[in-house]
Design a protein around this ligand. Sequence first.
Ligand code: FAD
Length: 317
Amino acid sequence: MKITDHIKNASSTLFSFEMIPPVKGKSIQELYDNIDPLMEFKPPFVDVTTSREEFLYLKKAGGLLEKRLTRMRPGTLGICASIQNRYQVDTVPHLLCGGFTQQETEYLLVDCQYLEIDNVMALRGDARTEEKRFECTDGGHNYAIDLVRQISEMNRGNYLHEVIEISCNVDFCIGVAGYPEKHDESPSMKTDLKRLKDKVDAGADYVVTQMFFDNQKYFEFVRLAREMGITVPIIPGIKPVAIKQHLQLLPQTFHLDIPEDLVDAVENCASNKDVRQVGVEFCIEQCRELLAHNVPVLHFYSMGKSDNIYDIAKAIF
Ligand code: FAD
């Protein structure tokens, strides 16, 4: 079922979360162990991220290094299928421009069709670590909007190969990313919002935001988006602070501000166990305010670990 239909049919705010595929060679069991407790809160859907390919440097005899391109966390679609089978929930695979040709994207979408996956997140992906800026993959897409266009065209029966006969239409519900604190490469908030509007006009059905810690930024983002004519659901993305290093890592990686009171509380913690508790308590308050504003879904970034999300969901759902 489409995310937009889950939202339409819901009488109150829904709970959902995002999981990361395990590193190649590791068991999927840890992922299930983290999902199992969260099923108590009846998530209608679970997102599964896709990671970019990265260069690995393998040591060779004589001290030489061999550079190899590899994807360390493959398996997004397989994990989506196994989550759907195991828990009877919808799953949302993340599709990236970076690292995929348009042809490969089409094959992934055909797999989604066969696996009865109705929703996909269309994302550009970040630059690879050794790149200064995002570089388009040969035969791939430059921006998420191009991916949205490809999926929308497929929804209309237009595949990349023009001479196939269509007897079974696909109808993917398309999610895209939005940034309450602006995407770091955008020259201004207004430009960023215009590009979000372009993604919606190209066929995106809903938006999931980057994580934020200051609800006012989300409320203002939604206000500006509505003013610009974006009418689709805007789902807030939530991440509880869990370790002291998050004070540096999260702003550095996701280009966001952490409110002073949260920074002070984390800095005063003697251990990461205390930080986790501070993060949970802050997040419960944050979620309560979002619930009071009738947000469609509270979507949690688990980064693979769910124990703190369980505590938060238990307090608010
Ligand atoms: P876009 O919408 O393409 O925007 C990227 C930048 O280009 C923005 O600054 C935008 O303003 C600008 N831009 C857009 N169109 C144009 C244009 N025509 N001309 C000039 N500039 C333009 N990353 C992963 O690698 N894997 C994941 O699974 C993943 N999941 C995510 C889930 C969510 C909910 C979010 C918010 C992010 C996720 N990301 C993921 C991170 C995301 O890939 C990065 O934030 C990336 O830098 C931008 O992706 P986007 O889809 O927003 O790109």
